[in-house]
Design a protein around this ligand. Structure first.
Ligand SMILES: Nc1ncnc2c1ncn2[C@@H]1O[C@H](COP(=O)(O)OP(=O)(O)OP(=O)(O)O)[C@@H](O)[C@H]1O
Ligand SMILES: [Mg+2]
Length: 259
């Protein structure tokens, strides 16, 4: 990409993450309207990253967001995120954040009435019979439209795959999402888990999306610590380095090693 194209992407075409150090190494933010896959083993910080992206979007850039939560309980998440000063409830109450809670759906618990506060729009998918990938994507996109969202986070893709009661594969879901989100005003993060030893960032879904960020956590040895790598980011220059990251109370994730 030449310098002129790079400059053309600089302003409205960027979706800043607001994550300290990250925007600097991806030319100012994610290219807008794209889908980014965020991948890593368990406990590497994918959920924190996703929430931070939405939280910053609302509080720093006035861009509402939708979180599709499939991996964990909504109340637990709200509680965990308070350690980083992310008051999700406050953002839900003012209608800037909607959490679609699908965390029980994968267990087919369809008749539980989860207590739902009346003052926000977050809702549970457990009572909805989901058949096709398209319907899941419809619900997400309709919700996004209702609140004028510009950011979506889906946590996570394998759990979403379990929720869809059809022959759809992860690849179908991501192709469908990617196709329908593309060119729109929504910049999305889809979280993917790594359960085995396959090399992160080289799954089928990684080829389909526009960007791949890999989080890593080395628990022993001289390079012990947490890391972030930008595996790919179509349409922009980006750092090729393995960046150390830090999780700080009251802050969230910070990307280090940025000149
Ligand atoms: N208050 C905190 N301060 C610092 N680090 C924390 C704090 N809370 C959690 N962590 C770290 O973050 C990790 C969890 O991060 P997160 O839930 O984002 O990971 P994940 O990649 O989404 O995991 P999973 O694949 O299991 O969903 C914890 O294992 C812990 O190491
Ligand atoms: Mg998680």
């Amino acid at each position: 990409m030449d310098a002129e194209e790079e400059i053309a992407l600089e302003e409205d075409d960027r979706c800043p993450t607001g994550i300290s150090g990250l925007d600097e190494v991806i030319g100012g933010g994610f290219p807008r309207g794209r889908t980014i896959l965020l991948t890593g083993a368990c406990g590497t910080g994918k959920t924190i990253f996703g929430v931070q992206y939405l939280f910053n979007g609302i509080t720093k850039y006035n861009e509402p967001g939708v979180l599709v939560l499939l991996e964990q309980n909504i109340d637990q998440l709200r509680k965990d995120m308070r350690a980083f000063n992310y008051d999700l409830r406050e953002l839900e109450e003012v209608g800037k954040l909607v959490i679609i809670d699908a965390s029980l759906s994968r267990f087919n618990v369809s008749d539980i009435n989860l207590p739902k506060p009346s003052h926000d729009r977050s809702f549970s998918l457990t009572s909805i019979e989901l058949i096709e990938t398209k319907e899941v994507v419809d619900i997400i996109l309709d919700t996004a439209k209702e609140i004028g969202a510009r950011r979506i986070v889906i946590d996570s893709l394998p759990a979403l795959n379990n929720l869809v009661k059809s022959e759809s594969s992860v690849r179908d879901i991501i192709l469908n999402m990617n196709y329908r989100l593309q060119g729109g005003d929504l910049t999305s993060i889809i979280i993917d888990d790594i359960f085995d030893d396959r090399k992160p960032g080289f799954s089928t879904q990684a080829y389909v999306v526009d960007g791949v960020i890999v989080l890593d956590y080395k628990t022993s040895g001289p390079d012990m610590g947490r890391y972030l790598t930008i595996q790919k980011m179509r349409g922009t220059r980006h750092s090729d380095n393995i960046h150390p990251i830090r999780f700080s109370e009251g802050v969230g994730i910070e990307v280090l090693g940025v000149e």
